[in-house]
Design a protein around this ligand. Structure first.
Ligand SMILES: *Cc1c(COP(=O)(O)O)cnc(C)c1O
Length: 429
């Protein structure tokens, strides 16, 4: 499979190059040159296949012959080393829990898959790759855990001092080995600016830098897997299935829509956002007009200019009508999110996190207007990751899961930097 740049369809590359470089030389996002079609027999009998087999069949055509079958099967197995339960949360409404991985957020899936692909591609090369990533929270932890101990790859994570939660900071700073954390005196935007400057710096060409954010195809595409797992369970109910995805950079929902394009019969998608509502406004007005980013309770979705939305437009040939048939998008306020966390906990006996609550809200709004569906929302993080908002609003303490306890007692190791020059010196160090 070849991938082209969305800025210029004549710029094409392999899966390997796209995974190693992340973004095209003209700064375009990579997109597969053709959309594979899964066998109808396979789709109609999903129930008789294991999750590993389903995931392998979904990803294989996107990788082509660039990774041998036995290796890609091994990568899939290691990616799916934790459960993906579908839990009833309301009448005809289910939660697809994506938080049972090592850092308790869905980003574990993409990070684990990507790290193992890069590991395969760098074997036998004497040059190391350095992953440079800025994080406002969840990305850094998932990347740190996903790449921990992977040979041939060093990881450097920049995070804003005092602006990530305690759990998140521990997930970045306690692992050691090939993972190094830089505590930046500044904001997330300062971190991101330094990372961007490093990628443009000719003086750093020798360091072999790459990124690990959601625009990388090796992080984006494996997110298709769990849409298949959810459909395998819920398709049996005999009603059309609608999926609501709490969305920020729109990588997750874009993977779900790709799963549909290759054959998974999901009937409809709902993109649920917080107050950062560029896409819901676009679906109403057909005008794409990002506003300033607003801080919310569901902070992993505080994105006003979602980078993956161009991929969604491409999936529909840039035809608004076709997209409008398959996607509905609603925004929700923090007040609505809190009310929903409370309602789900007290009435439905389900503890959601603020991101999942936004997903649930979007699903309910769609299903009230469109009866007859089985609905599922993606629960993208464990509530413990946002323990403060849960404790404040529900008045309950959350039991700390094993994965989190392990890092809480680890020793924080981070270098502090406050300028680009210091970052550069660190990378050469
Ligand atoms: C990253 C993240 C999101 C948003 O996912 P996108 O792919 O950027 O739309 C939602 N919830 C949680 C918990 C996240 O960490």
């Amino acid at each position: 499979m070849k991938y082209y740049s969305l800025n210029n369809h004549h710029i094409k590359t392999t899966f390997k190059e796209a995974a190693i470089t992340g973004i095209a030389p003209d700064k375009g996002l990579y997109f597969p040159e053709s959309i594979p079609q899964l066998d109808a027999d396979f789709i109609n009998n999903l129930d008789s296949f294991s999750n590993e087999e389903i995931a392998y069949r979904a990803i294989a055509p996107f990788v082509g012959d660039e990774i041998p079958e036995s290796v890609i099967r091994g990568i899939v197995a290691e990616t799916l080393s934790f459960p993906f339960p579908v839990v009833k949360a309301d009448d005809d409404v289910y939660s697809l829990e994506l938080f049972h991985g090592p850092t308790m957020a869905f980003k574990d899936v993409g990070a684990r898959f990507m790290s193992r692909c890069l590991n395969y591609f760098t074997q036998g090369e004497d040059k190391k790759i350095t992953i440079l990533v800025a994080t406002s929270g969840d990305t850094g932890g998932a990347v740190a855990s996903g790449f921990l101990g992977v040979e041939g790859i060093d990881v450097v994570i920049l995070y804003p001092s005092g602006k990530v939660s305690d759990v998140q900071e521990k997930q970045l700073t306690t692992l050691g080995q090939n993972i190094r954390a830089l505590e930046v005196k500044g904001t997330f935007d300062d971190c991101q600016d330094m990372v961007k400057q490093a990628f443009l710096d000719e003086g750093l060409k020798g360091v072999n830098l790459t990124s690990a954010n959601s625009i990388n195809i090796a992080r984006w595409l494996p997110q298709m897997f769990y849409y298949f797992f959810a459909y395998k369970e819920l398709g049996k109910h005999g009603k059309p299935v609608v999926v609501s995805v709490p969305s920020g950079n729109f990588g997750n929902i874009c993977a779900g829509m790709m799963a549909k394009k290759i054959g998974l019969p999901i009937a409809h998608f709902v993109a649920s956002t917080n107050a950062n509502d560029t896409v819901p406004r676009y679906m109403g007005s057909q005008t794409y007009e990002p506003h300033k980013t607003i801080e919310t309770l569901s902070n992993a979705m505080d994105v006003s200019n979602p980078s993956n939305f161009v991929r969604i437009l491409e999936l529909f040939g840039n035809e608004f009508g076709a997209l409008d048939n398959e996607l509905t998008s609603y925004p929700f306020t923090d007040a609505q999110t809190i009310e929903t966390l409370k309602k789900l906990y007290t009435e439905n006996n389900y503890m959601a996190d603020p991101h999942g609550a936004v997903g649930y809200l979007g699903l309910k709004q769609f299903m009230e207007a469109n009866p007859g569906y089985t609905g599922v929302f993606l629960e993208t993080a464990h509530p413990v990751k946002f323990a403060d908002s849960i404790t404040d609003n529900l008045g309950i303490e959350i039991e700390i899961p094993e994965q989190i306890q392990a890092v809480l007692y680890g020793e924080k190791k981070a270098d502090t930097i406050s300028s680009y020059e210091e970052l550069k010196a660190f990378l050469f160090g």
